[in-house]
Design a protein around this ligand. Structure first.
Ligand SMILES: [Zn+2]
Ligand SMILES: [Zn+2]
Length: 387
């Protein structure tokens, strides 16, 4: 069964919206132009309700089906924000904002959900209510969390929720999904080491924080190799080492380490946090120094609900004829907060042979639009079949 014919007709329009959004990327919660564009389009399509300012710059549109006998409400979500990267795609509709680009394809997600909203508002061939959710600040700002904290699920009576991300390396318009833990919890840490600075030629008079830091960076890897069950997935990466002195002849008083921890279960996340703190404090103590650890919990593990994963895979099969099993992803996804509030699932749509997301040469593949739009629309029509 192919993609919905209507999306072949709408493809030039949806592609034009996508490229317009691409030319005007906006960061985090500053999606003012994009949010206004989305709200205007949803009103133009004849959505029954369009609400702005949820989760600061989030936008929600409500589309009622022809009937509402089963009183069901399904949420479909896209993200709108870009990344602080200098674009190197060379396309004629490239970013007009220096240092900001749509390097994760959220321009494509927004355009595809707009396309689905236009189709659903035209056809209304379902029994229930479709709620289209456009969130800001997926790239680290927690826009999805803020929309949930604003009571979005309750306000609109959303009962289940679905999201999608493009995936470079998969054939354009093909689908992949997995049940259970799918995207990792993404935490950050700061470790402040303090010793006693001094002259580099008199190390015996100092407590050397660079030696302390060097041991610590290696010791932290034992969380993965010695503390975690080998079956569990966990990543501990120290990504920044900064000393309080830049001179060649000074042993620095302080060293600041930064990094990230990625885990796929609540237990592993707690274990990693506990061990990171213990290893830091005790390694510092071995050398006579002290460590202060700040552990910042970011996005939680994104968990696809089993039954709803099957619903999403079935819709993908309707559209593309097949749905593959997706790999585990150690990246994070703000949609995790929505899946903590309501059951649902998150699916990957192939972006073809493009540069990877977050790369300056990445670009969303417009060939994926008909399949992506069709999947969003199919979720509504399959879960709320016309009475
Ligand atoms: Zn991204
Ligand atoms: Zn993304």
């Amino acid at each position: 069964m192919p993609v919905k014919n209507r999306f072949a007709e709408l493809l030039p329009d949806i592609t034009a919206w996508r490229r317009d959004i691409h030319t005007h990327p906006e960061l985090l919660f500053d999606t003012h132009r994009t949010s206004a564009l989305v709200a205007d389009k949803l009103k133009e399509f004849g959505c029954d309700d369009v609400v702005t300012g949820i989760g600061r710059t989030g936008v929600v549109g409500v589309i009622r089906g022809r009937t509402d006998t089963a009183k069901r409400v399904i949420g479909l979500r896209a993200d709108m924000d870009a990344l602080p990267i200098e674009e190197e795609t060379g396309v004629e509709y490239a970013s007009s904002t220096p240092g900001v680009m749509h390097a994760c394809g959220h321009d494509g997600h927004t355009a595809m959900l707009l396309g689905a909203a236009k189709y659903l508002a035209e056809t209304r061939n379902f029994d229930g209510t479709a709620v289209v959710i456009f969130q800001p600040a997926e790239e680290g700002g927690g826009g999805g969390r803020e929309m949930c904290e604003d009571g979005m699920m309750q306000t609109f009576g959303i009962q289940e929720v679905y999201g999608m991300h493009n995936w470079p390396g998969r054939p354009a318009g093909s689908f992949a999904i997995r049940p259970g833990a799918f995207f990792a919890a993404t935490d950050q840490f700061d470790i402040y080491l303090e010793g006693r600075g001094g002259h580099a030629a008199k190390p015996h008079e100092t407590i050397d924080t660079t030696v302390m830091a060097s041991h610590l960076v290696l010791a932290l890897q034992t969380i993965v190799s010695r503390n975690a069950d080998p079956i569990d997935q966990v990543v501990v990466s120290v990504t920044s080492v900064e000393t309080s002195s830049k001179a060649f002849n000074v042993i620095p008083q302080k060293v600041h380490l930064k990094g990230t921890v990625r885990t796929l279960s609540r237990d592993m996340r707690s274990l990693a946090q506990k061990r990171l703190t213990e290893i830091s404090q005790q390694t510092a103590a071995v050398f006579g120094g002290v460590a202060e650890v700040t552990y910042h919990r970011g996005y939680p593990v994104m968990v696809n609900h089993d039954t709803y994963t099957e619903f999403a895979a079935d819709a993908a099969r309707e559209v593309a004829g097949a749905c593959d099993e997706a790999p585990l992803v150690m990246g994070g996804e703000d949609f995790a907060f929505m899946l903590e509030e309501r059951p649902g699932a998150y699916i990957l749509v192939g972006n073809g042979d493009t540069a990877n997301v977050h790369h300056p040469e990445y670009n969303f593949n417009d060939d994926a639009i008909p399949a992506g739009c069709s999947w969003y629309a199919q979720m509504v029509e399959s879960r709320m079949p016309a009475a």
